[in-house]
Design a binder for this molecule. Structure first.
Ligand SMILES: Cc1ncc(COP(=O)(O)O)c(C=O)c1O
Length: 441
């Protein structure tokens, strides 16, 4: 999450305790901050209060999951009611059907859906489904693409220059030490936004590749966007070559009522979901066409893919998820879009007025200011920009925003439904002061 430069003695003391019982004091490395993290105490609406008693606007929203912010009264009531009624059991519940109905009604690719407990798990099951459906074993993914913590799809998430190889045919690079070569061999790494090179690779490996997975909105914290012609090429080639196209919408489903696939007008065969669909509870889901999802069918005996799990489709996540999704009406998405656009335009105006290089990106409730002159189109551009000063600028910006009462995802803003114009005004004032300070550094 970056670095802080504020006095936080209570957090510092908690971190000393944590270091005695967890590796380096953490159980989620995405929460790492130097010299120590700021510990949370409580939250309300779009505001989060740390153990020092400092309130900030929460623009992280648990890494995009909390689209209703914190303590939404309807969601809190749903949690309490369901906890009192039934927390988990082996029998299916009506809530599971309700949530599945909501997803199938809204998300174009989803005729059927199954649930899990995290986005990572959804990706793992999607890979199994693609393999079982096609009879092939390998998975293609983008260099720099993030799909959770499964070693297969984590391949080449952040490869370094000494390993990454030919830009038109990237190497398959391990993300975790000790990843077996056999895992890396099962991954075909594609160069994002290089239409012809990626098309050539898919055609050359058509006999072994079962599916292609891509986050259709953003890679790397909003900094790199898959271009429309690239996504269209993937749809066309996967259909022709007998591969399953998987949109990983774990994060970007929040971009609109019909997800990013609705926004982009491209329908994949499978969609992985998570985060917002749980209303704040842990969740994952895999949806897709009836035909591909038939690999889970038990109608004629043993399914091609076996899938269960102790807490799978647990009534807490199902009920709270259905309630949270029901609150996300088309009007709720319109309002998030309006506030997101106000913030994007406001940040861009501040940037222009101050004469700062860069561009403002995002869609719907996601807003990112990319402090780099040239458009970043792939992982390698991003890496070059990062070592060329972008990373340092992002860290400084994030710290300055933190001191303005704005908790951001490395300077990126993730909006939630409790936010309003007043919060956007407060935010733009903070951004103005932070960027003015950055200009004079
Ligand atoms: C695109 C994408 N896929 C998968 C995941 C993994 O989801 P989870 O953290 O719920 O396992 C994430 C999480 O941020 C994500 O952004």
């Amino acid at each position: 999450m970056g670095a802080i430069d504020i006095e936080a003695p209570v957090s510092s003391a908690l971190f000393d305790r944590a270091r005695k019982v967890m590796p380096s004091g953490y159980t989620r490395q995405m929460a790492v901050q130097k010299p120590h993290p700021i510990y949370a105490a409580q939250a309300d609406g779009c505001w989060i209060t740390d153990v020092e008693g400092v309130r900030r606007v929460d623009f992280i929203n648990n890494f995009t999951a909390l689209i209703h912010g914190h303590n939404h009264p309807v969601i809190t009531q749903a949690v309490n009611e369901q906890a009192a009624r039934l927390m988990s059991c082996i029998m299916p519940t009506e809530s599971e059907i309700e949530l599945a109905e909501i997803i199938c009604e809204r998300i174009p690719s989803c005729e059927e859906v199954r649930f899990m407990n995290s986005g990572t798990e959804a990706v793992m099951i999607a890979v199994k489904a693609a393999r079982a459906y096609t009879g092939k074993s390998r998975i293609a993914k983008m260099e720099g693409g993030y799909h959770g913590q499964f070693d297969l799809t984590e391949t080449s998430f952040q490869p370094m220059p000494d390993k990454w190889g030919d830009p038109a045919a990237p190497n398959s690079v391990a993300h975790a030490a000790g990843t077996p070569q056999s895992v890396l061999d099962e991954v075909l790494v594609l160069p994002l936004n290089d239409v012809e090179a990626a098309r050539g690779l898919l055609r050359a490996h058509a006999d072994s590749v079962a599916g292609v997975i891509i986050d259709p909105l953003r890679l790397q914290l909003g900094l790199v966007e898959p271009e429309q012609d690239f996504l269209e090429m993937l749809r066309e080639e996967t259909s022709k070559l007998g591969m399953v196209l998987i949109f990983d919408e774990v994060m970007c489903l929040r971009s609109g009522y019909h997800g990013t696939q609705g926004r982009r007008g491209i329908t994949p065969d499978l969609t992985t979901m998570g985060k917002i669909i749980g209303g704040g509870m842990p969740i994952g889901a895999l949806g897709g066409s009836r035909e591909v999802m038939s690999v889970f069918s038990v109608d004629e005996g043993d399914p091609k893919v076996k899938h269960s799990g102790t807490f799978t489709a647990n009534p807490m996540s199902m009920h709270v998820g259905a309630v949270g999704m029901s609150l996300l009406t088309p009007e709720a998405f319109d309002e998030l879009e309006r506030l997101g656009t106000r913030l994007r335009e406001g940040v861009d105006k501040i940037r222009t007025d101050l004469g700062l290089p860069g561009y403002v990106e995002g869609a719907g409730s996601l807003v990112a200011f990319v402090m780099h002159e040239q458009r970043i189109r792939c992982w390698r551009d991003l890496f070059d920009a990062a070592v060329g000063g972008l990373l340092q600028r992002i860290e400084t910006y994030q710290k300055l925003l933190m001191n303005e009462g704005l908790a951001t995802m490395r300077g990126g803003f993730v909006l939630s439904t409790p936010m309003d114009d007043e919060v956007i005004d407060f935010t733009l004032e903070g951004v103005n002061r932070a960027l003015t300070a950055m200009k004079s550094l």
